[in-house]
Every structure is written in C-alpha cells, then in structure tokens.
Design a protein around this ligand. Structure first.
Ligand code: ATP
Ligand code: MG
Length: 422
C-alpha cells in the first residue's frame, strides 16, 4: 500500500453538489428550461467534448478561454479533443452538421436551449470554478432586432422568476466592416499606442492581438486609461446604428430596463452588434450572472455559410449565490410504518404501489422499532404516516396518522389513495 495520506478531495476548482444545494440546483435548471421553452427554445444536448478546432475557430485563438483555459487532450486515436469551455460554438457546430443540411433553417430562427457543465482552467475563487454549469439559449438564422429583444427578454424573465436583482448592461459593437468597427479599431489602436506606458503590463500584448479586449481588462491601471478611450458607439455604421436603436426601442416597449455601457465588449471579430450582460451587484467581484450577444460571423469562422445568431449563457453556480426562493426541501406525501419486523415486506409493497401511482413515499429500511420509525417519519417532513399492522391488514385497512397533529384513524386500503391526494 502506498504510504500517501488518503485524500477524498474533489479536484481543484471542482466541487460536489450535495443535498440540499443539489435540489436547488435542479429546481433552477428546470425553471430555466421551462422559461426558455415558453418562448419556443427547445433543448439541445451536445457532447461534453468536441474537436479542439471547434473552439479554436469558434471562440477564437486570441481569446483568454482558448489561449489559457482549455482542457485539451489527445484521445487514444490521437485526435485533439477539448472539454467544452462554453456552449455556443458546439451548438453552432451541431446546427451546421444537422439542420442546415436538412433545410430546417428554411423558417429561421432555429431556437435552442441548453444546460450542462463547462470546463475552464482558471484560478478558482468564489463564483469561479474549473467545472461549472451554464444554462443558455441560442437563436440562429436571423438578424432581425426582434430576435435580440426576445433573447434579452427571455434572459430577464429567468432572472425575474428567480427574484434576482440585476442590472442589464447593453451595447452594440458594430460589425467588422471598414466603415464601422474597422475604423473604430484603427482609432482605438492609435489611442492605445499613445497610452501604452500607462497600461498594465499584461494588457500591452493584447492591445495588439485584439485591441477591443482592452476594455475587458480587470487591471486597475488599464481601467483608468480606458476611461478616456474612444467609444465604439461613436463609430457605428448606419445599419448597425439603426439595428441598435431598434433593439433599444423594443426593450423599452417591453419595459425591460437597461443601462447603456459603451465599454462593454465581446472582443472577437465574429461577435457583432448587440452585446449585453446582467450583473447582480450583491455578488461582489464575480457579479456577471448572464452574458450574451450576437455572433453573426461565428458560422463562417467554423467553415460554414453565413448564419447570424444571438444568445446568452448564464452561470448556474453564480445564480445560486444570489438569495433566492427556490425550493430546497424535498416533500413527501407519506411515510409507511411497519408495526412489527414481519411486516417490513408488506410496508415495502404498499410504499411501492403508492409510488407506482405517483405519490412520494418513504419507509424504514433498517428494521427500526415503531418508535424509531415514527421519529424518522416526523423528521422526514412527510405529511402522513401509514401504519401497517397485522390486524388492520387482515381487515383490509391501515392506520392513517397526521404527522403534524398526531391524530390518527383507520381507513380502508381502497380509500388510501384518495386520502393521500387531499
Ligand atoms: P468572466 O469575465 O467573469 O471570466 P466570461 O466572459 O469568461 O466571464 P462568459 O464566457 O461570458 O464569461 O460566460 C457566461 C457566464 O458563465 C458568466 O457570466 C458567468 O456567470 C458564468 N461563468 C463563466 N466562467 C465561469 C467560471 N469559471 N465559474 C463559474 N461561472 C462561470
Ligand atoms: Mg472568464
């Protein structure tokens, strides 16, 4: 035996999800998928890993996620695979693989929703994990501002249903044409060159590889410099400007409140136009609970046709850090109590038949005494106790005990289910 001290810890940056948190987590994911379904977003499941190039081409090699955070490995066949760090590129890959071929995009947008684990190798801290969960939606195939408004409203609806207090930040980052973001990047590049010496060291390199990402810096020195930087919203082309104005007026019509933030970016070329983030101020440093935007260039960068799209992703773990009213306690209709060891199998039979009829039912599996079972029944939070006794059974009856008031009465087995439904 190795002499190493035994350790049962989960790997760094991961955690086990235990009851009652796991119940809240399940309730949140259900709430999200229901909210998305009401607006027509149907579930899609893509693999947990993809060919590495899906992310290199889909998320972009200059991004922090691809450059520094991916879990990439060669499988036994020598293929480079990556645990998915995000959901949008895989969904687009799946749409290109299936829907385009079959012509399902004849009636765009294709509207999809997902929930599942994502993997990023980053420095773990509160609200920042190496394995974390996201829920999100994607609307693919349309450039219409109505789609932007629907996607943002659907995100807001989920946060509302959770009772989360959030602020919506909104921007447009234009499109990569020379009359739009192209010109802006030239102006921004000049500004950054002028202020290079005042930027944080680690940001100097990215000002060259992807100048707009400088707005995303978390370095104090850089943030200070960027306060005086030129803004994309002053350089939008007419079409992007009109698109953005329409999105804003649609949100106004829906009474979805937002703050314009001209420094909000998604710093990659195929992200276009609408960019948004929901922040929950109560969370402190890691306060972005939902982030999204348009990606009209993504399909092409994956090697597909031009296929515009917009979506968002929300971090489930961060959402759960916001105080919320999600149900954390399981609820049981009844607890079956065996009045004697020889009746344990009768108790199991009765519990099973009630479960088959759709009731949530517990029972003792450890041969506890009557008193022990009674205590366990009360502790479980079940509404009713069903006491199975020999005499009663012979008469086709059981004793029904209200575990709240401790009153009890005999009822025929034939009436049991109607009594449980009350
Ligand atoms: P950040 O700037 O906080 O790193 P990001 O831009 O990397 O965020 P996105 O890729 O837009 O985040 O992901 C969308 C959402 O997923 C985030 O707003 C957050 O709620 C959640 N999220 C992202 N990374 C993590 C992580 N490592 N742990 C937990 N949640 C995360
Ligand atoms: Mg990140």
């Amino acid at each position: 035996m190795p002499s190493e001290k035994q350790s049962f810890s989960a790997p760094k940056g991961t955690s086990d999800l235990l009851p009652p948190d796991s119940l809240k987590w399940g309730a949140l994911v259900r709430l999200a998928m229901e909210t998305f379904a009401r607006a027509g977003y149907q579930p899609i499941e893509t693999p947990i890993f993809e060919a590495t190039e899906v992310f290199e081409r889909g998320v972009g090699e200059t991004s922090e996620v691809v450059g520094k955070q991916m879990y990439t490995f060669d499988d036994r066949g020598g293929r480079s695979l990556t645990l998915r760090p995000e959901g949008t590129a895989p969904v687009m890959r799946a749409v290109l693989e299936h829907l385009v071929i079959r012509g399902a995009l004849a009636a765009p947008p294709v509207k999809l929703a997902y929930a599942g684990p994502m993997f990023r190798h980053e420095q773990p801290q509160k609200g920042r994990m190496r394995q974390f969960s996201q829920v999100g939606i994607e609307a693919i195939g349309s450039e219409a501002p109505l789609v932007d408004a629907e996607v943002i409203e659907t995100g807001a609806a989920l946060l509302d249903a959770l009772g989360a207090e959030t602020t919506l930040l909104l921007n447009s980052i234009g499109h990569p044409g020379p009359d739009c973001r192209g010109e802006f990047q030239r102006v921004l590049g000049e500004f950054l060159k002028e202020h290079e010496s005042s930027l944080a060291e680690i940001d100097r390199e990215r000002t060259i590889s992807n100048p707009m990402r400088t707005f995303d810096s978390k370095e104090r020195a850089t943030i200070e410099v960027m306060k005086d930087a030129p803004l994309i919203t002053d350089h939008l082309c007419d079409e992007c400007r009109t698109h953005f104005a329409t999105v804003r007026s649609l949100l106004d019509d829906l009474s979805v409140a937002y703050e314009l933030d001209p420094r909000l970016v998604r710093g990659l070329d195929y992200y276009t136009r609408t960019a948004f983030e929901f922040k929950a101020p109560s969370l402190g440093a890691q306060d972005t609970v939902m982030a999204g935007g348009r990606y009209d260039g993504l399909a092409e960068s994956l090697g597909g046709p031009r296929l515009p799209g917009i979506g968002f992703a929300s971090g489930v773990d961060r959402l759960l850090l916001i105080p919320n009213a999600l149900e954390a306690a399981p609820s049981y209709d009844a607890y079956v109590i065996a009045a004697g060891e020889d009746l344990a199998s009768e108790a199991l039979k009765l519990a099973t038949s009630l479960r088959r009829s759709g009731y949530s039912v517990l029972l003792d599996l450890q041969g506890r005494s009557m008193k022990g079972q009674m205590k366990d029944a009360v502790r479980s939070g079940a509404r009713l106790g069903i006491i199975v006794g020999g005499d009663e059974l012979a008469a086709g009856e059981v004793t029904l005990r209200d575990l709240g008031t401790s009153t009890q009465e005999r009822v025929p087995l034939s009436e049991l289910e109607s009594r449980l439904s009350r």
